[in-house]
Structures are given as C-alpha cells and as structure tokens.
Unconditional design. Structure first.
Length: 637
C-alpha cells in the first residue's frame, strides 16, 4: 500500500521534471541548434547567420589529427579523450582539430568562445596564433569573405578529459557576451544560493543535529561543483585537475542525499544504513585512485567511468529504499524525501543516457539542475523543520508558563495556609503554656509537700516551660515576618545609616556601649522592603547589644565597590565559638550564651532577608574578640 501511494505521489514530480527537461533539451541545447552544420572539415557561414542574434555552435565537420589518425572526421563531444574507446592506448597526448570557415558576405567582426578546454591549447586562424592557455579560450578577428582555417592544438598529460570535448560558439562579440552574461549570472546564483543556505544552517548545526549538518555539507558540495564554471572562465591553474575535485564534490553530494533521506526517514541508525555507509565511503576512494592511475594505466579511464556510474546507481537505489521507508513511517518529511529521491533519480538517468546529446547554451547541465532542485527541496524541508521546532517550543513554553502559574498559585495558597496555621497555633498555645507557669509558681508558693526531689522536678518543668515560651515568641516573630507585604522601594544607604544611628544610639548609651556609624564616601541605593530592612538591622544590632559588655562598642559601616554595596555590623563582645559558627543561621538554633533568652530565629530571619535582596551575608568571629557580620547587596538601578 505504501509503495502504491508513493508511486502516485511521485508521478506529478516525474511529469513536471519530464516536461521541464524536454523543454530544456530543445530550447537550451547546443546539439539542437539550427544550421549551418559543418561537414568534411568545412562549414559554410553567411551574413544572415552572423546577424541572427544567436551563436553558431561549431559541432560538426572537424578534422582530427593525433598520433594515430590524420584528418579523421569527428564532431566535438563524440569522445571525452584521445583514447576514443581503445583501452590499449593512452588517453592523453597531442591533438589538432581543424575546421575551415567559409564565409560569404560583407566583413564582420567575429568571436569564437572555446569552453572548458581541460588541456593546454593553442588556437590559430589562417596560421596566426591568436590564443594560448588552459580553461576557457576566446579569439576575436575580422571575418572576410572566403575561407578561414581554424586550428585548435591541444596537449594533455593528466586528467580524465583530453582534446576538445565542448563545442565552440561562433558569433559577434555582442551575441557571445550576452549569452555569457546570462550564463555567468545563472552560475553565480547557483553558487551563492547554496552558500546562503549553509549560512542559514550554521545557526542550526549546534542544536539541529546530524540532519542540519548533512544538509550544510550537501550545499557546500553542490556549490563546489558549480564553481567549475568560474575555474574555467578565469583559466585557473586547477583547470586540468578540476575533474577530480568536481568528481569528489559530486560523490559527496550523492552521499549527503542518501544520508538525508536515511535520517529523515528515521532509518539513519539502522544496521542496513551503517553497512551501506561504509560502501558509499569506500567507493569514492577507489574512484580517486583510478583517476590518479589514468596516466599510467590506459584502462583506468574505462574503470573509472564504470565505477562512477555504479556509484550513482548504488546511491540512487539507497535513496529510493529510504524514500520508501519514509513513506511507511508516515513522517512529515516523507513528501520531501520522496520528491528529492525522484529528482535525484531523474538527474542520474539523464546523466547516464544523455551525456553526449545535451550541452547547455545559457544555463546548467541536466544533473546540475537536479542538484539545484535537491538543494531547494531539502532547504524547504529544513525551513519546515525549523518552523515545526519553533512551534513546538512555543507550545512547550506556553504549557510551561501555565504550569508555573498554576504551581505559583498553589505555593502561594500553601504559604497563606502555613501562615494562618502558625498564627492560630501560637495563639492557642499561649494560654496553656503561661497557665503551666502559673501552676508551677503556685506550687512553689504553697510549699505543701515540696521536698528536694519535687523541687528538682519543678525546676525541670520550669526550664521546659521557658523554652516553650521562647519558641512561641519565635513563632509569633516568624509569622509577623511572613505577613509583611510592603511595596519595594529604592533605599538610600546614607539615609538608612542615619536612621539607624537615631534609633539605636540612645539605647546603646543607656547600656554604656559606644554606637558608631561610618558613612560611605558617596551615596548608593538598594532595592528593598523598608520594614524588612529594619528587621534585618534590628536583629543584628540587638544580638550585638546582648553580647557586648559595658564600655564596649558596636560599629555599623557601609561602602561601595565593584557594583555592590558592602555593609557590616561589628561588635567587641564575647564572640562566638568556632564550632557554633556554621550553625548560627539555622532556624531555632540557640547558642550556649543565649540558652535562656534566645528564640533561634533572629539570624535565620536576617539571612532570609539578605537572600530576598539578592545579597550575601558572612560572619567572622573569635571568642573574646567580638563578632562581625559582613553583607553585600546589588546596587539598585
């Protein structure tokens, strides 16, 4: 069922491709141009032929002379090298192609373009050398009535191609320039478009996984293959060896197509694909080896050609297999990989069966068209994939926001219930706790039956009662702290220290303790709830007062640096033992010096307030030397 459905889905793609390439075959094919045609070493050209606005392609009528033949009639494109099917002779060497241009009409300035000459060349007209080099060639001359002998001499020692394989174009300079401009624009677009898609894919490589990386490599391979046009256009040094570079680019393109279809179909990790991947990686190595052996082993040309065809066939079969797997999996990518497999197969078939019957005039070879369509198809798949990922991320984000909102409401409700519970519990326990104290005092005052043993029990009960009273006091303080919902405000450090001095200086003076405030050199602001900020310093200063003997001192200081506000509260009191320092910020922890009057919540609340302000608090203390609490807060914007 899946195969039948895939066939009907692929059929429109096949029909469109067939129509498109049929139009190309007749509208943009050098081998389908109108006469004049050459024959037996001569081509007849009239004034009307030169003025028709289209190039005349010099395909037929050439006479070839090399080390084995003299004036052999041939057409350009008949043979890719000088071996001409005879595997016992070398494919390279020297050759001369001659064609007589018989012109009838008024003199006209003419030009001839020689595309993609992979060999070293020398072009002469009527015995005069007009051009030499490798890559693309062009000559310009005044064509007068009569015969003009055109000779192209080639010399090759390396490479897959030798001699002249691509037909020259004859016309006026304006005609050839117009055709060349269209072709240059088309190839520039085909070269830059995949690179633009690579730039787009770069943003997905880290998060996009193997699919994005493979697509990026495929675009690079196609762009490298299309750069062939400019290598020959500018006669670069790599022209003779470009067949090898372009071959590797095409092998890489084929491999990436199969890899993309495998990954998109969900079969990228299957045992079948792992085995096929090894084969597809080894075949190009063999192809490169045979390319390098061509100068030494004449038959290596044939083997290289057959292995290349085999590689294309194997990759096509793999692409078809994974396309079918994608159809069975019913993934959204299946329509892309099915269309890509169809286009890929069409390109391979056209490359195999029309290699010597088609050569573009203005645009691309048939397989290059298929490569461009593949890049666009898989580019569309990557865009669709990115769109789906963004949509899923939006859905997840919205769902997460809903969950966070729901959980926040639940936590807020739970906190409100906790506050109410602590408030009710503290209120309900006050009466029995203080009643217990009253009963203990009544028993002591009556003195009836109070002996030494009972007095000891009463002491223990009274100690537990005081502990319970302290805990209730702490619960009340904690409940009061939790219920503060004051608005946040920007608080001036200078104003805060001045207020602290006014509030606590008198009480410290009564207890014969010096209270010092060190103001910062410049003012700064911190964002806080003023009521909680007052509770923070109240806890720290009263703790310091309890620990500091008469004639001692308490110092509050502040300063700014590194984008932070630094504040400290220090005293010259009894200090805190080293083993208690890690515990003092724990809830309900009371040190040895405060067993009778501490709730164990003051420093816990202080640390909580500092944390709410986005700050940190640290303590430095030594027994007999005093204690210093150091805090850091972010500066408010």
């Amino acid at each position: 069922m899946g195969r039948r459905k895939g066939f009907w889905q692929a059929l429109p793609v096949v029909v469109v491709l067939a129509a498109f390439f049929a139009i190309l075959f007749y509208a943009d094919n050098k081998y389908q141009t109108p006469p004049p045609y050459g024959k037996w070493g001569r081509i007849n050209i009239s004034r009307q032929d030169m003025r028709r606005g289209a190039p005349i392609f010099l395909i037929d009528g050439w006479l070839l002379t090399d080390g084995r033949v003299t004036d052999k009639a041939t057409y350009i494109g008949e043979f890719s090298n000088l071996q001409r099917g005879d595997l016992s002779v070398p494919p390279h060497g020297n050759a001369c192609y001659r064609l007589t241009l018989r012109y009838e009409g008024e003199p006209v300035f003419a030009a001839i373009d020689f595309p993609q000459l992979s060999s070293r060349y020398r072009i002469s007209l009527d015995g005069t050398q007009l051009a030499t080099g490798e890559g693309n060639g062009r000559i310009s001359f005044l064509m007068t009535a009569g015969d003009h002998v055109l000779a192209v001499e080639t010399s090759s020692r390396i490479g897959y191609y030798s001699g002249m394989y691509f037909p020259p174009a004859l016309g006026t300079a304006e005609t050839l320039m117009r055709v060349g401009d269209v072709q240059s624009f088309a190839y520039a677009l085909a070269f830059l478009l995949p690179l633009a898609l690579v730039a787009f894919t770069l943003f997905l490589w880290r998060a996009g996984g193997r699919l994005s990386r493979c697509f990026g490599v495929m675009c690079c391979c196609y762009a490298l293959s299309m750069s062939r046009y400019f290598v020959f256009l500018f006669s670069m040094q790599a022209a003779q060896m470009w067949f090898l570079i372009q071959g590797m680019a095409m092998y890489g393109l084929c491999f990436c197509v199969v890899q993309l279809t495998a990954l998109a179909s969900g079969a990228g990790e299957s045992k079948v694909w792992r085995g096929v991947r090894i084969v597809l990686a080894l075949l190009p190595m063999a192809l490169v080896a045979f390319c390098l052996l061509i100068p030494a082993l004449p038959w290596a040309v044939f083997v290289h050609g057959r292995l290349t065809d085999l590689y294309y066939i194997v990759t096509f079969c793999c692409a078809v297999f994974f396309s079918v797997e994608g159809m069975r999996a019913k993934s959204w990518e299946s329509r892309y990989i099915l269309a890509g497999g169809t286009v890929f197969g069409a390109g391979l078939l056209l490359n195999l069966f029309f290699s010597n019957q088609f050569e573009p005039i203005r645009f691309f070879w048939q397989f290059e068209w298929c490569g461009l369509l593949l890049v666009l198809l898989f580019g569309g798949m990557m865009v669709e994939r990115s769109r789906r990922i963004l949509k899923e991320n939006d859905a997840l984000t919205n769902h997460l926001e809903e969950q966070v909102k729901k959980r926040t409401e639940e936590i807020t409700l739970l906190l409100e219930e906790r506050k109410a519970f602590f408030s009710d519990m503290a209120h309900d326990l006050k009466a029995p706790v203080f009643a217990t104290q009253s009963f203990i005092e009544a028993i002591r005052k009556s003195g009836v039956g109070v002996d030494a043993e009972l007095s000891g029990y009463l002491d223990q009960a009274e100690a537990k009662q005081r502990q319970m009273a302290c805990r209730l006091q702490g619960l009340s303080a904690l409940n009061t702290f939790d219920r503060i919902d004051e608005e946040w405000a920007r608080v001036s450090v200078l104003d805060l220290l001045s207020e602290l001095y006014e509030v606590y200086q008198g009480e410290c003076e009564v207890r014969s303790v010096y209270f010092n405030v060190k103001l910062p050199k410049q003012d700064a602001y911190l964002s806080a709830q003023p009521q909680k900020l007052n509770i923070l310093f109240e806890n720290l200063i009263y703790n310091a007062l309890r620990a500091t003997p008469p004639e001692g001192s308490i110092t509050v200081s502040a300063g700014c640096g590194d984008g932070r506000i630094h504040m400290a509260v220090g005293d010259t009191g009894c200090g805190i033992p080293a083993d208690e320092l890690p515990l003092i910020f724990q809830r309900f922890y009371v040190g040895e010096n405060n067993r009778g009057n501490g709730t164990g919540l003051g420093l816990y609340i202080a640390r909580s307030i500092v944390g709410e302000l986005g700050g940190t608090i640290e303590v430095y203390s030594a027994v007999g030397e005093g204690t210093r609490f150091v805090m850091e807060f972010p500066i408010a914007d």
